[in-house]
Write a protein that binds this ligand. Sequence first.
Ligand SMILES: *Cc1c(COP(=O)(O)O)cnc(C)c1O
Length: 375
Amino acid sequence: MATPAQARVDLTAIRHNVALLKDQAGGAELMGAVKADAYGHGLVPCAATVLEAGVSRLGTAFVREALELRAGGVTAPILAWLITPDEPLDEALAQDIELSAADERLLDEIAAAVRRTGRTAKMHLEADTGMSRGGSPLAAWPGVLAKAMELRAEGVIEIVGLWSHFACADIPGHPSIEQQLEAFKSALKLAEQAGASGSHVIRHISNSAATMTLPDARYDLVRPGIAMYGLSPIPELGDFGLRPAMTLTAQVGLVKRVPEGSGVSYAHLYTTDRETTLGLVPLGYADGILRHATGRAEVLAGGRRRQIAGRVCMDQFMIDMGDDPLAAGDEVVLFGPGDGGEPTAQEWADTLGTITHEIVTRIGSRVPRVYEGRA
Ligand SMILES: *Cc1c(COP(=O)(O)O)cnc(C)c1O
């Protein structure tokens, strides 16, 4: 069935990016971040692809994302790192999902689930080394470790990992990077003193940006996300040889000639300066084309770049083709790898003052993901 718009996902590009990351990681294991529907690229197909390509573990934010992977037939180890009260912990344990905790309250909640289900919890303990988001502050860390050791002694939990997350790995040379590495060393030292570390406990702190630029931060495992999808974690340093996997296209709906002086779309923010051809593109802010792209972002249509003409609406926006030919059904490319002259997701991010993570994760559920390059 033809659809008004689609996001083509090139799995060959994803395999290429994973191979590149594997090289970059030295001997460290790869945990592929597939949260948020694999950054909008489609959870299960992307998970299967990155696992084939050399990723050995998967990471999600929420338990329900991890359960979706299991339901999709994924058997690899999966860590869910953002656990809030009343998550389906029993089901997570039943499905062998590894869990992260950063305080004694959550360890208690998980212990209760273990006692209900009889399934030992595989835990990654998170230290806050300076981002002040998730993780245990170092002052509270000995208490978390002591609690974890107590539960381990009772056979309630297994300690699988010790981890943290960088605040500024995408800002090379930022002083917080060294400070966080030092704090991570301290956290690991405290874990060692508590008896919570050892050769079987994996240590991890690096996202894509750190994987690309901080060899000292690899430890036993790295957790790349954005780079697997081919988008640069540090655009200022170039593309690192990564290949963007997603191409977002739409089929032109209506095409029409309008006179000079025609106000286009809501609020008439754009007015034609001569008789011209307008084309209707069936993607809008409900599909993740930010309303803020109004009059800013470009698309490729009829072989040329065209700026979005007037307001982005919920389901559609207009482009002004001048006297160039355009027909209903013609393909418009919003972004892709850039090989065919289309904008890249990076260009969209730069134009809109955001990062590519936000551009691709916002593509909505009305847009089917179509896979190319299956192995
Ligand atoms: C999202 C996320 C990652 C991956 O980050 P990228 O910048 O996409 O590489 C790694 N670890 C955690 C905890 C995350 O939330």
